[in-house]
Design a protein around this ligand. Structure first.
Ligand code: HEC
Ligand code: HEC
Length: 372
């Protein structure tokens, strides 16, 4: 499980959240714009690509990162609730990984604020995700001559779990938006009108700001629970495991995802974080339906209708959400703007490992005497 930010950090994140939101609300245009490009080490990123699509990185060698983060779906998954390790479901929607290297705090509840290296470890070792024992993983990789060469070429010595946690984030740096009409300036009139609403009357920019269109903070929108979590034992067992680990009292009877509450339960203001989730990026939405942390809104029309109603119902709901009273034309302009934030699909060979993985390897003749 991920490292929870320290008391001081969680508190300052909260205070910053309030300050930034209030500032943006006062009329800033939100500093929207293209993302700066990231430099990736070529050999490490290539190794990370092979690892990302390799099922041998899960305990039973049945699923890879790409099982839940699928290239044709913007590196997310089209089910409302993500699949889990075989024999499990998950209790949240699998988020896009496009532009994920630009983030500073990860997961829907924001419980990892250190690095993608730590998020990668979480994905690999968490029992209901890939259930991988890193010691076995490392030995498995050493059996594959292609990895032995690729780790060496990347300057990382022999295959190691530290190397895996280093190479995958390097590959993730290569997944960045390409040619979004918003970035190229090639926007339709409807999308331009939508941008005016986004930064004006509809107030979206209060939280969806900066090049990622996210303030990197959490807010409570009153998004309804996805009750499939509690009806399906596959999803529910993962939900229980997570809440047990998080130290939530009475987790067996819990019928609610507490979200950012789990960042730190002992800090002042923790109660207020119950049901709050991190503001996601709005890039590549064209590919990443359904929406929200639990996939309860199926289309962008539904999302805009949700905001038009002033969000959902929750005692902690953000005071920034108010009924918007948009016309049908304005709602469709907003959707056109959201669509203009999606670029080319990242599905070509530059992003996807398409060569087959070997089923078996020939043993090295004198393997007892070879150091590994
Ligand atoms: C069984 C499905 C599954 C697999 C396999 C999986 N993930 Fe995830 N991933 C998820 C889900 C679900 C979340 C959101 C979890 C949460 O919020 O608690 C997530 C979140 C993430 C995030 C954080 C995204 C963000 O914006 O905060 C990253 C990065 C990530 N995964 C990378 C990977 C990598 C790299 C691998 C392979 C080592 C991997 N995932 C394997 C389902 C999966
Ligand atoms: C108070 C802050 C806030 C405001 C204002 C706001 N959003 Fe959001 N938005 C969020 C948060 C937080 C989430 C994630 C909620 C969740 O996962 O349950 C979100 C999620 C979304 C999503 C789903 C993205 C995904 O990948 O699942 C879309 C689309 C979206 N917002 C668009 C808008 C639009 C359009 C507006 C203006 C009408 C708007 N937002 C106003 C905070 C805000």
């Amino acid at each position: 499980m991920g490292r929870v930010p320290t008391t001081r950090r969680a508190f300052s994140v909260l205070m910053l959240g309030l300050a930034v939101a209030a500032g943006a609300h006062a009329g800033g245009s939100g500093d929207l714009g293209p993302l700066p490009s990231l430099k990736a080490n070529k050999a490490k990123a290539e190794l990370g690509k092979r690892l990302f699509f390799d099922k041998r990185l899960s305990g039973d060698a049945a699923i890879s990162c790409a099982t839940c983060h699928q290239p044709e779906h913007g590196y997310s998954h089209p089910d409302a609730l993500s699949p889990g390790y075989p024999g499990n479901g998950h209790f949240r929607n699998s988020p896009t990984l496009v532009n994920v290297a630009h983030k500073k705090i990860w997961l829907h509840d924001g419980r990892i604020g250190t690095s993608l290296n730590d998020v990668t470890r979480e994905m690999l070792t968490e029992t209901y995700i890939m259930n991988m024992d890193m010691r076995i993983m490392q030995e498995r990789l050493k059996q594959d001559p292609v990895y032995v060469k690729m780790f060496k070429d990347a300057g990382m010595g022999e295959p190691s779990n530290g190397g895996v946690r280093n190479a995958i984030p390097e590959y993730l740096k290569t997944l960045t938006s390409k040619n979004a009409p918003f970035d190229t300036g090639n926007m339709s009139d409807a999308a331009k009108r939508g941008q005016g609403l986004f930064t004006g009357k509809a107030g979206c920019v209060s939280c969806h700001t900066g090049p990622l269109l996210s303030d990197g903070k959490y807010h409570n929108l009153g998004v309804p629970e996805n009750f499939a979590i509690f009806r399906d034992p596959m999803n529910h067992q993962a939900f229980i495991t997570y809440n047990m680990f998080m130290g939530i009292p009475n987790y067996m009877n819990l019928k609610r995802d507490l979200g950012a509450f789990n960042q730190n339960k002992s800090v002042e203001g923790a109660e207020m974080r119950k049901g709050a989730f991190m503001t996601p990026t709005l890039r590549e939405l064209k590919y990443t339906a359904p929406y929200m942390h639990n996939g309860t809104l199926a289309t962008l029309d539904e999302v805009v209708a949700f905001y038009d109603r002033g969000g959902g119902r929750d005692p902690n709901k953000s005071a920034m959400l108010k009924p918007l009273r948009l016309t049908a034309g304005e709602r469709s302009d907003l959707v056109a703007f959201l669509e203009s934030l999606s670029g080319d699909p990242l599905t070509g060979d530059a992003y996807v490992w398409s060569e087959p993985y070997p089923e078996e390897y020939e043993a090295i003749a004198n393997w007892r005497n070879v150091r590994n």
